[in-house]
Design a protein around this ligand. Sequence first.
Ligand code: GLV
Length: 325
Amino acid sequence: MKIFVTRIIPSGAVATLQEAGITVDQWQEKRNIGHQELIDICKKYDGLISVGQDLIDRSFLQSCRHLKVIAQMAVGFDNIDVEEATRLGIPIGNTPGVLSKATADTAFLLMMAVSRKAMYMNHKIMRGEWGFYEPTADLGIELHGKTLGIFGLGKIGLEMARLCQGAYGMKIIYCNRNHNPEAENATGARKVNFEELLAFSDVLSVHTALTAQTKGIFNRQAFDQMKKTAIFINTARGSIHNEEDLIEAMRQGSIWGCGLDVTNPEPMQPDNPLLDMPTAVILPHIGSATQQTRAAMAAIAAENILACRKGEPLPYPVNPELYKP
Ligand code: GLV
């Protein structure tokens, strides 16, 4: 079996595959592979480990219908036309669970950094502006006892809820299609509708998947319904918020601050106005970027490949319906 990997990934997973007799080739260049280029490359392989946001759309899948497996090294799979893959009988895997804590840590980091204007204050030092002490200048806001609103309370949202409750005794509300009894028992989280989430959250943290329903849902109208003192956090996907509307909401003071680990587009351009705002903190999509988590994600991608080679169902399938009789 020959596998192509679209980035260099942690070596442990590569070794596991090689020890099983699988040939593994990794893309070595520091640029995204073009769509047709990836199709041409995949012609020579039996399986693909997709890392990042490779566009695995209908035309890719139709041209690469020979692939026996596509293992996504991420939990999100909005870059993949799963319906078409299922129609063509191609199993798709992802890496759920192992990145929940690291991603929630990133959301928590953003929340704290925004609440104390941490990046802006750090930049002031670099600009030589650590000058006269003014007790009323550049003040942050406290998080103790505030309400955390979670949009999309799954594994990552639950970890964020736990962190915020443990650190600051925050009350948890959430907006989901379905109830999350585990989260309700663990944190006392209360399910609310979208309008209530907007109206009552002091910190609103997005942890949902990008779908046709969630795309652009945080728009001008949504920001206008939030508290003027609220902090908006997005560590899920940049397209869930409308970035022009977010910039406008920040400029007009419709919300107090924002922390983004995901932007729209990615990469964010260096002249984006959010980068200069005191109460905005932007990170370059590093939610799962710890040594331990990236190694665990690569290991799961390798497990998915190994299962396919043995002719078994993927242990972490995105389209499990393939295995139903
Ligand atoms: C990262 O964005 C992921 O989906 O794992």
